[in-house]
Design a protein around this ligand. Structure first.
Ligand SMILES: Cc1ncc(C[n+]2csc(CCOP(=O)(O)OP(=O)(O)O)c2C)c(N)n1
Length: 658
């Protein structure tokens, strides 16, 4: 292996050596501790250290790095006290996740490191968001994100590269091609010559780098980083290296030929570099002993601290309190002037006023800029707020949701418009795994609102008419709002945007242009978790949300003899259980109507809550009314048959006569 020092000082050369030695020695210790059962799984990066060290050394300390599971060197290079890393691996309080997540699944704003979620790919979109934040702040910073060769097969990789290229985001995409993804060799992972070639398809600068030669690697990345800071753009780097140990320690390396491993052991980045330093007389054998002794002491002392730390205290309240970041809700009252507007106008007005209020708030979505969105909610926004804040996106929900999270990591609020709520399925993973779990895992808020135009009544068939709130209401960490009226939509949208937690904001598109109301013209907020009691009565409680509220109103209008409490939930998560229980205790009969099909919908959970909390007050079994157990069909007659709307009146009368 040939090393060329170019203009690097001897001090820098030695720093790079020590930086590579440190993770190597920590790993060697961890492998022993793993066998003793003192730490859980271990993903070895032995033989790949030069990449993490070279990249981290080339970036500035205040530039974000997004490492993967084999990049211990990123963490050690940022000088995280070792006892904190060790405590993290043991699930102790001095770690970074209060025992809630393992190994390298954490981030730390203190050290500008954003760790991975197990799903690998979303990491790349998060880097896009961080880089977008850097561009918007005009701070000339870049960021680096890692993935393995296996991870490049995920759609997220392709989406993230595409977005980065279209938006010219200063992201260094680092692919560590180490020959295997778990047991799968690269020949079964992809069918192109070099992974770097994939960048060409995205119009991106790419480089192939020897991942085991620290000096080549450092020189190259240092130069690229400088150039990216001046001329922001994404660059794809493929590092050729090899994973000489198993995927994780328990799984071994039976599927890899001994010869191949032996070949790569000869290319060990640390040993070869050490030899170079010895040959150049920059290092002596005594120096090595001394450096190793110091490192070994540091590791042992820190291990002792972590090992002696008590196990995490188990406390239910602590866990529940960390699902959401506390919100300091300020009610902002509306002025006196009102205007009679449609639901669609209320959403648009709410958005616009929040854009004025939060100067760096960004909206992202397909066709939302010049075109104004398919429902024209952001029409005219581009002219007022400019293309940096009103961002048309490529069709890639997953990368955009991940990027929204990255913006949040970088301190910027954002809103993502799903063109139709049905399409959220292709952005599902980052919502339920990245956004929803972030605060619980490492207290990093995901300050993102996802707008969800949903619902039936427009004859749009199985992929444009779903109401899919139940996909999210069951995931801890997400707030779910679903309004039926313009006044609520505008006020609750403002609250959703102020809230630092992830919010799914459902807007029923069948109501967009059919429901009007007097709505304050000025900005105002409404509190989450408060249902609204639309009508009061004594004989039955009707619980509804979204379009079903209007179905219930229609039924009550044509049956004036029915004395009912009508509750519009407005917020599904958090749910106003008090309003529900108070009403049920008064009326003793309850019907819950949802537009979604029955099984697994929120009506089922509300029904259970009522049974558990109000059983002795009930005069009849709780009735759920929901749509058919089929996908929602296109033809208007089929759609009408499918929808729960047509069953409500009969079910209500049956319940009343029970
Ligand atoms: C979406 C997803 N599928 C499967 C896995 C299981 N898994 C974890 S790591 C891994 C291999 C990753 O290979 P690569 O990206 O090449 O990284 P390496 O482990 O080689 O560093 C697999 C299959 C996962 N974590 N996430």
């Amino acid at each position: 292996m040939i090393f060329i020092k170019k203009n690097l000082s001897n001090k820098k050369l030695l720093e790079l050596y020590k930086a590579m030695l440190k993770p190597r020695m920590i790993e060697e210790k961890m492998l022993i501790l793993l066998r003793q059962g003192k730490i859980s799984k271990w993903f070895s990066g032995i033989g790949q250290e030069a990449i993490a060290i070279g990249v981290t050394a080339a970036l500035k300390e205040d530039e974000y790095i997004l490492p993967m599971h084999r990049n211990l060197g990123v963490f050690t290079s940022r000088n995280i006290p070792l006892y904190r890393l060790f405590a993290q691996w043991q699930g102790k309080a001095s770690g970074f996740t209060k025992g809630r997540d393992r190994s390298f699944h954490f981030g730390t704003q203190e050290y500008n490191i954003i760790g991975m979620i197990s799903h690998l790919g979303p990491q790349l979109g998060v880097a896009d968001g961080i880089a977008l934040g850097n561009l918007l702040k005009k701070n000339n910073k870049i960021c680096a994100v890692f993935t393995g060769d296996g991870g490049t097969s995920e759609g997220d990789f392709h989406e993230a590269l595409n977005v980065a290229s279209v938006w010219k985001l200063p992201v260094l995409f680092c692919v560590e091609n180490n020959g295997y993804g778990l047991s799968t060799p690269t020949s079964e992972q992809y069918n192109c010559k070099n992974l770097a070639d994939r960048g060409i398809g995205y119009g991106m600068e790419t480089h192939i780098i020897d991942g085991n030669n620290i000096l080549k690697l450092y020189h190259k990345i240092e130069a690229l980083a400088k150039s990216m800071r001046k001329n922001p753009r994404p660059i794809l780097l493929e590092f050729k290296t090899f994973r000489i140990r198993g995927h994780e320690e328990a799984s071994g390396t039976k599927y890899v030929s001994k010869e191949l491993i032996e070949d790569w052991v000869k290319k060990d980045p640390l040993k070869n570099y050490q030899k170079y330093l010895l040959d150049e007389k920059l290092l002596s054998l005594d120096d090595i002993l001394e450096i190793k002794k110091n490192l070994s002491n540091e590791i042992d002392e820190n291990w002792k601290i972590a090992n002696e730390e008590e196990a995490i205290t188990v406390n239910v309240t602590n866990e529940l309190n960390d699902v959401f970041k506390d919100v300091d809700y300020h009610k902002i009252k509306s002025g006196n002037s009102v205007e009679n507007i449609r639901l669609v106008d209320a959403v648009s007005q709410g958005l616009k006023q929040s854009m004025e209020r939060h100067e760096d708030l960004v909206i992202m979505g397909q066709d939302i800029a010049g075109y104004g969105g398919v429902f024209k909610i952001t029409e005219g926004f581009l002219e007022v707020f400019g293309e940096e804040r009103i961002r048309n996106t490529p069709i890639c929900e997953s990368a955009i949701v991940s990027a929204a999270y990255g913006l949040s990591v970088n301190g910027i609020k954002s809103i993502v418009e799903m063109q139709f709520s049905d399409f959220v399925s292709t952005g599902f993973n980052p919502i339920v795994n990245l956004l929803a779990k972030s605060y619980y895992r490492w207290n990093q808020p995901a300050d993102v609102v996802i707008r969800m135009p949903c619902g039936a009544g427009v004859g749009a068939g199985p992929f444009h008419s779903q109401t899919n709130e139940a996909w999210f209401t069951k995931t801890p960490g997400l707030k779910v709002i679903y309004t039926a009226f313009p006044y609520d939509a505008k006020g609750l949208l403002a609250t959703a945007i102020n809230d630092p937690n992830p919010v799914l904001f459902f807007e029923h598109k069948g109501l967009y242009r059919t429901i009007r109301q007097d709505v304050p013209t000025e900005y105002y907020t409404l509190p989450f978790g408060k249902a609204s009691l639309l009508q009061t009565g004594n004989n039955v409680t009707i619980i509804a949300f979204g379009a079903s509220v209007h179905w219930a109103l229609e039924v009550l209008e044509s049956n004036l003899d029915i004395s009912a409490d009508l509750i519009d939930l407005r917020c599904l998560q958090p749910l106003d259980t008090e309003a529900i229980f108070t009403s049920v205790r008064k009326t003793s009969k309850v019907i819950i109507v949802q537009e979604d099909s029955l099984f697994g919908g929120i009506a089922s959970d509300i029904s259970s809550l009522i049974h558990e909390n109000c059983f002795e007050f009930l005069d009849a079994p709780v009735k759920r009314v929901a749509s058919m157990e089929t996908p929602i069909p296109f033809d208007s007659k089929l759609e009408a048959q499918y929808l729960s709307k047509n069953k409500l009146e009969t079910a209500l009368k049956e319940l009343l006569s029970y």
